[in-house]
Design a protein around this ligand. Sequence first.
Ligand SMILES: [Zn+2]
Length: 369
Amino acid sequence: MRGWSFPAGRLFGVDIRIHVTFLFLLGFVWFSESLNMGFTGTGRGLALVGILFGCVVLHELAHALVAKKNGIAVRSIILLPIGGVTLMEDPGPAKSDPARDIRIAVAGPVLNLLIASIAAAVILLFAPQVNLWSQPFLHATNLPRSLFWGNLFLGLFNLLPAYPMDGGRILRAILAERMDYTHATRRAVVIGQIFAMLLILVGVVWDPWLVLIGFFLFIGAQLEDRSAIFQSVLASVRMEDVMLTHFSILSPADTLQDALSKAVHTLQDDFPVVRGTELVGVINKSRIVDALRRDGNGYVQPAMVRTFEVARRTDSLAEAFRKLQGRGLSMIPVVDMGRLVGIVTLQNLTHSMALLAESRRLRRAEESS
Ligand SMILES: [Zn+2]
């Protein structure tokens, strides 16, 4: 999804990106409004789009800022024609915290409802001629009224219990208090898809926009379901299932030239650095090459990374992945009773995951025959 979007600035330390399909919406408004109302109509049409998307941005920013406050890294906000998406780091099932997830999910709709109530109060007090309750609710000819109804719709619509809408996320968090995270996600996804189907059915007789929204919800729910399955596969694989047990190590007293020639002869890009029996650091090929270029041939000791994460044999791959991502490292040593027993590198992972999947499939076939 990120690939089809371009940067549009930064607010409160969060990158805002616009998806290319959003430009089609602008083009569509431009075209249809200029047919109906001429040039001034076009300006108002674009102002309406601007107001609605301002509200979507505020909605997503509310999610992003509450997430940041709860220690979750936010990558960016992407604006789509149907609304926004906030891409944030997934803290994963191990660190699931339903109360935190509810706070993050609720923040967006609450902000829209707040804007709607302020707009309503201001309009009722100072501009009664705006006629808050008359149709059409959302139209370029009445921007203040559109501001009120737009935010009211955004707030209420997002509270629908249809995953991945905010209401669905709240539902999942509530379910996650009673069952594990993967099951909670799957159940929220099923409820979300039932909702999407209902919207499509209602839309067929009532309003084609609902069909479109239902369709997007359905797809969204399916994507979330896949990522939940992927997460649960990662959670079922343990480090000892995929770790390399035959690997080369370096000593802090090795020279960088020695280290580089080891990388050439072993096909290994990442090395644990061991002094005696103690694991003291990790280093990879690009660090070795960089250090050689910068300072000439020296020792491994000053070039290695000293703060690194280790995993235990029984840790899940999902946990290891998060540790790797957090530090930007490409290898994680596996330690048992203080002794180095294996390594898992990003390089070997795709290879060993494929083999593991194959051996599991063969074992299942054997059991069933
Ligand atoms: Zn939201």
